[in-house]
Design a protein around this ligand. Structure first.
Ligand code: PLP
Length: 383
């Protein structure tokens, strides 16, 4: 994949997943669920394939899914996107991010501000767009940005502020003051805001607040989400963009030459998922909260200092108390030591800042309860 320098390199994710296969360790590294999502979603896709929904869908997405996305934005957030003008279906959030950055960034004079650590595709997409990556640190244990750091990072060269909330890899959720400051700074410097909200329904203490709902934000915000995490369909790669028509059109102009369209039989299935009753959405957060607690207890018992996650699949733990100096070395040894795979946080950090996060490890909680319980049992051998 492309690193922050725009070059291609093997990732620690591939290395750790290979280690998990070779050693038979429990893989709490990669963030994908080991259980299927709602039966109606799976059944609708099966039926669509059987009914011949197997050719190119419209480039914007099938009307039924665009309408379901618009309804979802209204039901949960009070937004009123027009399904024909303000919604675009993409090949996962990843294509949405790539197309958005390629569409909205002009080149080397533009800066893109992101919070660091960041989802690894961000640096790669910024490199592809030719812009300069400017990072604002999120520091343990709360992983909230210092608003002075944010103010210092955003200036007249800032083309856009890219925000992931709830946040991978830290599990943090932005507070109201940070959200408001992002909008204020974007207005002041005439920057755009791009939000990555793929964990919007996996939030543990209260409803998710999209930045697009803040006063003055909609007109300059492209909101991105995806079905993968909400419906446990990470392999389907159905994502979407919502925002003002001119920005969505610009993203569509790039998207048509990336994939053009995709996932025809999955689109009606995700439309059905988005129309599930509220109880489904609160249920997935409740289930994941219980798994997060089980994982966090196991990590604490094993001797890690745990940063409790407010959302997302992930929990961060500091291995310094276990004698670790370098989380990458620690994670490489962990499968042989106790039979568990995790990812060092340095995989999500610019090279220059790796020392600030040297002993932190990311564990995924999106596995079956018995798998997490067994991982916790194995990890206790470290204590
Ligand atoms: C923060 C974040 N954004 C985007 C993605 C990718 O989403 P998708 O699978 O819909 O492309 C992930 C997947 O792990 C993620 O964690």
């Amino acid at each position: 994949m492309l690193g922050e320098d725009g070059r291609s390199a093997p990732t620690i994710f591939a290395e750790m997943s290979a280690l998990a296969v070779r050693t038979g360790a429990i893989n709490l590294g990669q963030g994908f669920p080991d259980e299927d999502g709602p039966a109606i979603v799976l059944e609708t896709a099966r039926r669509a394939i059987a009914d011949g929904v197997n050719q190119y869908p419209p480039g914007r997405g099938i009307p039924e899914l665009c309408e379901a996305i618009a309804e979802h934005q209204h039901r949960f957030y009070g937004l009123r996107p027009d399904p024909q003008r303000n919604v675009l279906v993409t090949a996962g959030a990843t294509e949405a991010l790539a197309a958005t950055l390629l569409a909205l960034v002009d080149g080397p004079d533009d800066e893109v501000v992101v919070f660091e650590p960041y989802y690894d595709a961000y640096a790669a997409c910024v490199a592809l767009s030719g812009a300069r990556l400017v990072t604002v640190p999120l520091r343990p244990p709360a992983f909230a940005p210092d608003l002075d750091d944010l103010r210092a990072a955003v200036g007249d060269r800032t083309r856009l502020i890219l925000v992931n909330d709830p946040h991978n890899p830290t599990g943090a959720v932005l507070d109201a003051a940070t959200r408001a400051e992002i909008v204020r700074l974007a207005e002041r410097h005439d920057a755009l805001i791009v939000t990555d909200e793929v964990y919007e329904h996996l939030i543990f203490d209260g409803p998710h607040t999209p930045i697009a709902t803040l006063p003055g934000a909609w007109e300059r915000t492209v909101s991105i989400s995806s079905a993968g995490k909400t419906f446990s369909t990470t392999g389907w790669k159905i994502g979407w963009v919502t925002g003002p028509a001119d920005l969505v059109d610009a993203v569509l102009a790039v998207k048509q030459f990336l994939t053009y369209a995709g996932g025809a039989p999955f689109q009606p299935a995700i439309a059905a998922g988005l129309r599930l009753p509220d109880a489904f959405f609160t249920g997935i957060a409740d289930t994941l909260r219980a798994k997060r607690d089980l994982l966090a207890d196991g990590l604490r018992d094993a001797g890690f200092a745990v940063s409790p996650a407010a959302g997302s699949y992930f929990t961060l733990a500091d291995a310094a108390g276990l004698g670790a100096r370098d989380a990458a070395d620690f994670c490489r040894a962990l499968p042989e030591r106790v039979g568990v795979v995790a990812i060092p946080l340095t995989a999500f950090v610019t090279a220059a800042h790796r020392r600030d996060y040297a002993t932190l490890v990311r564990f995924a909680a999106c596995k079956r309860v018995e798998v997490i319980a067994e991982a916790a049992r194995r990890l206790r051998a470290l204590a």
